[in-house]
Ligand binder design. Structure first.
Ligand code: GLN
Length: 220
């Protein structure tokens, strides 16, 4: 069994690394064209620039292929720009072009709604199914303006909903792949596919005690 990481733009290496640390060798692959989706049990959609990723999803033919699979129950964990691209609706961001989303997750989002890169921040996120708070890394994060059934909130930061679930579709406004903590990836895989073993510990020994603000490394 294999899982994929959408490999068009953004923090693809970080998702690959997080997954490689918890899964058997050769069970993680980047996805760049529709045929790459075959045989996958789940897909991770990274953060990055949602307008760019959205354009590439259309150009590669991945948009319709992915939408069709998702409608049949294909598990997807989408982070930040990935969440924006799953949304049913995007409320216009001030002065920004917005991508055309896949329209599969019953939420309305607004891009960059916590401010610019300077206002990127970290904070403890309470996540259903995890006993201790998760270190949330928010980088030019979208805000979840509305969550509608069948989507339900699964993650909160400072009382605000920052993650939702709709069956096997999970969307988070923060970046679990950047915090050096594999619990979200492991929980998602265990709950939606039964693949992999749950590893509550950190997957990267470095970077767990990050004290600086996140900067625009791979994600924008
Ligand atoms: N601000 C980006 C966008 O709207 C998302 C940021 C991210 O994925 N870290 O596309």
């Amino acid at each position: 069994m294999r899982v994929g990481v959408l490999g068009l733009q953004g923090d693809v290496p970080e998702h690959l690394q997080a997954l490689q640390a918890m899964l058997p060798p050769d069970s993680v692959q980047p996805v760049r064209r529709p045929s790459d989706l075959e045989d996958l049990v789940a897909l991770f959609m990274p953060g990055g620039e949602s307008t760019t990723i959205g354009r590439l999803l259309e150009e590669t033919g991945l948009a319709p292929a992915l939408r069709a699979r998702i409608r049949k129950g294909f598990p997807v964990l989408a982070t930040c720009a990935g969440l924006i691209l799953l949304a049913e609706a995007i409320e216009a961001s001030p002065g920004g072009r917005d991508p055309t989303p896949l329209g599969v997750l019953a939420v309305t989002v607004r891009r960059n709604d916590y401010g610019t890169q300077r206002e990127s921040f970290e904070g403890p996120v309470e996540i259903d199914g995890l006993s201790a708070p998760f270190p949330g890394v928010f980088i030019r994060a979208p805000r979840l303006l509305e969550v509608r059934a069948p989507a339900t909130p699964i993650a909160r930061w400072s009382g605000e909903v920052v993650g939702v679930r709709q069956g096997a579709l999970w969307g988070l406004t923060f970046h679990p792949e950047l915090s050096g903590d594999g619990r979200v990836h492991a929980l998602f895989l265990a709950e939606t596919t039964g693949f992999g073993q749950r590893r509550p510990a950190s997957h990267r020994k470095t970077n767990t005690n990050r004290t600086t603000k996140p900067t625009a490394t791979a994600s924008q």
